[in-house]
Design a binder for this molecule. Structure first.
Ligand code: BG6
Length: 471
């Protein structure tokens, strides 16, 4: 416990999810297939030819039909915000359709109605690892410049329809992850080991331009909207004090920071251009692209934070750990989750300070949490999960957010990842649970889909009620 009073009144507290990981109903009401429908095992195995019935995401946790009940539980915890994504293929089933699918649009109206009823501010991710499959197969995803136009058509529909109801928007989930997971993150159908650096970095460029274009369209159609980029944050520490390790760590860190630099400053930094030259990559950047980037910078920077990594210039010391989508050198000072993600609460304070010093933009922590195996038990006749490990993880990280606030960092809010159990992105498991709410569904697809409050549910409600004083 500490006595921090740093969390300001308007601080947005809540939870985060993504459509493909919770909704299910994968073909309902005119929805088209997304890349997730051919990723039954996440990024651990290559995509399948078509949908297979071992894909948990086909039903996921059935949020499509249970959203009202779930949002009521979020409200019970006192959320002031809820981050969710819109499934692109519900709105444009093939991605390149001329007209949007009204039934898909109507679903998100119903979700927004429910949030409004409870006074919960929506925070919407426009594209969260769910590119329409047709765009992957017919265009090779973001490698193709045409994707910019399809994305623009999609965001125009979103801002026109929801612009008066949704203030906070994120253009691409973890936009920097396309380098590591080109199919999941960028809808790039070419297998990773056959993908040329030129195509990969051209895809990155197209996404950055599309992100700026979304900001431009928002200014036109939804003048009250606030647009943020979203970055997978992973502070990179030198493995030793050897200056070569320090430089190597800076270089690796910049592979992530570059994405914030472009979104905030509106141009590619010199170090990024150098790294492209050294890869032999010559980008196709038009004058219009340059103008779009320069004139449409973001209002805020959002990010996910789960772990930090180390880096070294000495190949013989490269003990590679597991960690989110990004491989990294293991930190001998840190413990790891059951999935090998190294737990580092102070790293969150470091990231917040680094981003604030660098960008001077309001920051929003839109993902953070512990994936763990939970056991449903009965306590005083009530079925629950005694998830003290999750409480400890979240508590330690929120204490560091409080420290960053004391440091003077402007933090808009915090949405913990997977506030209700969902299907994991990297491994497509339900047994890797993040939620305050347990969902009775197992990796083999069995289960009643019933919801149960975990111990962390009450803990989080108290943290929110006391605005952090209970930490
Ligand atoms: C982030 C993604 O990478 O981390 C989420 O934005 C994802 O979609 C989360 O679920 C946790 O990762 P995982 O692989 O444990 O689900």
């Amino acid at each position: 416990s500490n006595t921090t009073t740093a969390f300001p009144d308007g601080f947005l507290w809540g939870g985060a999810t993504a459509a493909n990981q919770i909704e299910g109903a994968y073909l309902e009401d005119g929805k088209g297939l997304s890349i997730q429908d051919v990723m039954p095992h996440g990024i651990t195995t290559p995509r399948t030819a078509g949908p297979t019935d071992d894909n948990l995401k086909q039903v996921a946790i059935d949020f499509y039909h249970r959203y009202a009940e779930d949002i009521a539980l979020f409200a019970e915890m006192g959320y002031s915000t809820y981050r969710f994504s819109i499934a692109w293929s519900r709105i444009f089933p093939n991605g390149d359709d001329a007209e949007p699918n009204e039934a898909g649009l109507a679903f998100y109206d119903r979700v927004l109605d429910e949030l409004e009823k409870h006074g919960i501010e929506p925070l919407v991710t426009i594209s969260h690892y769910e590119t329409p499959l047709h765009l992957a197969e017919a265009y090779d995803g973001w490698v193709n410049r045409d994707l910019i136009g399809f994305y623009e058509r999609y965001v125009r529909v979103l801002f026109a329809r929801y612009g008066s109801r949704v203030k906070y928007w994120l253009t691409f989930n973890e936009i920097n992850s396309v380098i590591h997971a080109p199919f999941m993150s960028g809808g790039i159908n070419t297998p990773k080991d056959e993908l040329s650096p030129t195509d990969l970095y051209q895809a990155v460029h197209h996404e950055l331009v599309a992100s700026a274009l979304a900001t431009k369209v928002a200014r036109e159609l939804a003048p009250n909207a606030q647009i943020g980029c979203m970055i997978l944050a992973m502070p990179v520490y030198p493995l030793t004090p050897n200056p070569d390790d320090v430089m190597a760590a800076l270089t690796t860190d910049r592979t992530n920071l570059a994405f914030g630099d472009v979104h905030v400053r509106g141009a590619y930094p010199g170090y990024y251009l150098r790294s492209l030259r050294e890869k032999g990559v010559e980008l196709d950047i038009t004058e219009d692209d340059r103008r779009l980037l320069a004139e449409n910078t973001v209002d805020f920077v959002s990010f996910s934070y789960y772990a930090s990594v180390c880096e070294t210039a000495d190949a013989s010391k490269r003990v590679t750990g597991e960690g989110n989508l990004f491989p990294g050198v293991r930190n001998p000072e840190l413990r790891a989750s059951e999935w090998g993600w190294q737990i580092d609460p102070v790293g969150l304070r470091i990231a917040l300070n680094q981003f604030w010093d660098r960008w001077q933009k309001p920051l929003f922590i839109v993902e953070n949490g512990l994936g763990a195996k939970d056991e449903l038990v009965e306590v005083d006749g009530i079925r629950t999960v005694v998830d003290d490990y999750r409480i400890a993880y979240l508590n330690d990280h929120l204490v560091q957010v409080g420290e960053a606030l004391e440091d003077g960092v402007e933090v808009m809010g915090y949405t913990s990842w997977g506030c209700i159990d969902l299907v994991s992105a990297s491994t497509a498991q339900l047994s890797k649970r993040y939620g305050f709410i347990y969902v009775d569904r197992n990796d083999d697809g069995s289960g009643t889909l019933e919801r149960f409050r975990k111990k962390s549910f009450g803990w989080y409600a108290e943290v929110i009620r006391t605005r952090g004083a209970a930490l």
